[in-house]
Write a protein that binds this ligand. Structure first.
Ligand SMILES: *[C@@H]1O[C@H](CO)[C@@H](O)[C@H](O)[C@H]1NC(C)=O
Ligand SMILES: *[C@@H]1O[C@H](CO)[C@@H](O)[C@H](O)[C@H]1NC(C)=O
Ligand SMILES: *[C@@H]1O[C@H](CO)[C@@H](O)[C@H](O)[C@H]1NC(C)=O
Ligand SMILES: *[C@@H]1O[C@H](CO)[C@@H](O)[C@H](O)[C@H]1NC(C)=O
Length: 623
């Protein structure tokens, strides 16, 4: 396939992606009735299950080995004299692995954490969400030289995770994507077809729609219509765009570079979904960030993000473990690449960035730190500062051209690099059943005028300028529409999300610690709707019983703005109001682009907001 002509490649893309069945999530969904839409979905990422994890093992050993040997006493007393980690009245000995996980460490997730997370998801969410976006890394890191990973172990780990997820959500579409630790060796993936991808064709055989099997075998990516004829999630294989993949070489030549071929496929997909008046979430493991992607892959991804902004409802990624968002914007894409700000992989938190080449012993990295948190915040200062700079340099409200911006959301991980996190999005489900509305949408997308930009700043005939936005926009249509869901609140717009976390991951108790709301982007009043009137089509962002200190009487008092009956009720109401205030730092009306821009401006102009933003980047794990 490497030497296929452009035409052959294009016709393959067309052949694979055309004549789609109207709707197939997995074959199970064909026989089981769908539940009514709830207007919510989950984004979960980076489980990193580790079956070698041992409670009480030393963190130095990657939580694999109990303190032992002739150094035992010495080590034991050193650990005992170091400070203990105190959690909700329980303590786990500092330096040793906890029962449910080891918060703020580079240890992977014990099965106890993985299981309790999936149990919680099944119990609380199986009937409360419409689909799941699951952005990869379902195997442990290759950090322990005594126990190097094998391909079989990685596939087995992924098989187990898919089985557990499917058991937990038998009726719900799940859209997984390939992480840089789901392959062997990590980061490095050859152009397909190859053995690794064909393993995933089997592991995800219930998930990948038949129509996409062929393209998946070749590239490790596919699309799934999570709401038939309305909404799709595209699972991208970001490894072909990832700079650390030494078997890929950017996105220049569609005949040679699997990353270029993938982008071309993506464009065809976007064009087809657009033609059907649908919306699309793009999802994948490694976020589209300059410095993480090959420059030309990043440029082309950015072009697509901005050219199909009337169809792409958002961008969901994992890998970083750090909760944040950033913008892809024309100005940055236009900037000559060498001068553009670079996040170097070495600056980032992901532990695997430490282990390019043979895995080192973990020990030496720990020298001088009582607790294994070497990669902690310091490693992410760069990211933090870069975000602050980028947000700070954005044009003011009067000058900014919103159509030049797309936002990328990066969710924190289940692996307790900080605290474990799971994100629940809400989206607008109005008009979903209104066929006329959607057929109008289809017409509008097909006939709506295409925007082209005439003026060229650079010489677009030069190869190095080809992918600069103004050259691309001059050559190819740019689809924007102020009324599209990523731009203004309407059917399928993201309304907000609620971030859950596990602050008591270090608990030593036998009963699993509780998942709690860390924060929500909503206004508190939106979390507690005033009435459950029959006209409401939009369920509350999270089931009410998950709100902090849930008490039905107090919540209805709050909802109705009623006067408390007595002093007891009054003080409970006050406490509830305080809790609600605490979890709603941003109070965003919805998650359309103007509100992301507003939020970015707020966090850089208000000291308090910046502090909060920093805190939640690390899943509020400051301790
Ligand atoms: C830490 O906890 C262990 C076991 O509970 C205890 O023996 C030790 O004295 C504690 N160390 C400190 C510094 O509190
Ligand atoms: C986790 O769940 C799996 C599958 O149900 C089970 O085989 C395993 O024993 C569980 N492990 C723990 C530590 O709970
Ligand atoms: C990030 O990495 C780059 C290149 O490796 C280096 O020049 C820069 O100083 C680093 N920044 C921080 C904050 O560590
Ligand atoms: C959903 O979109 C409609 C516009 O089509 C709007 O009237 C409604 O308020 C939105 N719903 C929510 C919950 O924001």
């Amino acid at each position: 396939m490497k030497h296929a002509t452009v035409l052959t490649v294009l016709s393959l893309v067309a052949q694979v992606t055309s004549n789609q069945a109207p709707y197939r999530v997995s074959d199970i969904s064909a026989t089981k009735k769908r539940q009514p839409l709830t207007g919510r979905f989950i984004h979960i990422t980076d489980f990193h299950p580790d079956i070698l994890y041992k409670e009480g093992a030393t963190i130095e050993s990657g939580c694999h080995e109990l303190p032992k040997g002739k150094d035992h006493d010495e080590e034991g007393s050193r650990l005992a004299s170091s400070s203990n980690i105190s959690i909700a009245g329980n303590t786990r000995t500092a330096g040793l692995a906890g029962k449910w996980g080891t918060g703020v460490s580079d240890c992977d997730s014990p099965m106890s954490l993985v299981n309790m997370t999936i149990d919680w998801l099944a119990k609380e969410w199986a009937h409360e969400i419409d689909f799941i976006v699951w952005t990869g890394d379902s195997a442990r890191h290759d950090l322990d030289r005594n126990f190097p990973r094998t391909p079989n172990e990685i596939f087995q780990s992924n098989r187990m995770m898919v089985q557990q997820m499917q058991q937990a959500f038998p009726h719900i579409p799940i859209v997984p994507s390939l992480g840089n630790n789901d392959i062997y060796p990590h980061n490095v993936l050859a152009p397909g077809p190859n053995n690794i991808i064909s393993q995933y064709t089997k592991i995800w055989s219930d998930i990948i729609p038949n129509d996409y099997e062929h393209i998946f075998e070749r590239g490790g990516y596919f699309s799934l219509e999570v709401i038939p004829d309305r909404l799709a999630v595209i699972s991208l294989n970001t490894l072909y765009w990832y700079k650390a993949n030494t078997l890929a070489d950017g996105c220049l030549d569609r005949n040679k570079d699997p990353g270029a071929f993938e982008l071309e496929w993506l464009e065809v997909q976007l064009d087809q979904f657009r033609g059907r008046g649908m919306q699309v979430w793009l999802s994948g493991h490694i976020p589209p960030h300059l410095g993480m992607y090959f420059d030309n892959c990043y440029l082309k991804y950015g072009d697509l993000a901005l050219r199909f902004q009337d169809t792409i409802v958002g961008h969901l990624y994992g890998h970083m473990n750090v909760d944040h968002f950033f913008f892809i914007d024309v100005q940055e894409l236009e900037a000559p690449m060498p001068d553009a700000p670079h996040i170097s992989e070495a600056n980032l938190t992901s532990p695997e960035s430490l282990v390019d080449g043979p895995p080192p012993r973990i020990g030496p990295l720990l020298e001088g730190s009582g607790r294994y948190r070497t990669m902690g915040r310091a490693a992410n200062n760069f990211l933090q500062e870069e975000l602050r700079k980028d947000f700070g340099e954005m044009p003011g409200p009067a000058k900014i051209k919103l159509k030049d911006y797309a936002v990328v959301n990066v969710a924190p991980s289940v692996i307790p690099t900080y605290y474990p996190g799971v994100r629940v999005f809400s989206y607008n489900i109005s008009n979903m059943e209104d066929e006329d509305f959607w057929s109008d949408m289809k017409k509008k997308r097909r006939t709506g005028h295409r925007h082209r930009k005439k003026k060229a700043k650079h010489d677009c005939r030069r190869p190095e300028n080809r992918d600069r936005p103004h050259c691309v926009f001059a050559r190819l249509p740019r689809h924007y529409d102020k009324a599209s869901p990523s731009r203004s609140n309407g059917p399928l717009s993201p309304l907000g999300y609620t971030q859950f976390f596990l602050p008591d991951v270090d608990s030593t108790r036998d009963i699993a610690p509780d998942w709690k709301i860390e924060y929500s982007t909503f206004h508190p009043r939106k979390l507690v709707p005033q009435s459950s009137g029959l006209t409401e089509t939009q369920p509350p962002p999270v089931p009410l019983h998950l709100l902090p200190g849930y008490d039905p009487t107090i919540v209805s008092l709050y909802a109705a703005n009623d006067v408390p009956a007595d002093e007891g009720q009054r003080s409970k109401l006050v406490r509830f109001e305080e809790d609600m205030k605490h979890i709603t730092p941003w109070k965003l009306k919805d998650l359309t682009i103007k509100n992301w821009v507003k939020l970015a401006r707020k966090v850089v102009t208000r000291k308090k907001s910046w502090k909060k933003f920093q805190e939640i980047m690390y899943v509020s794990s400051d301790n």
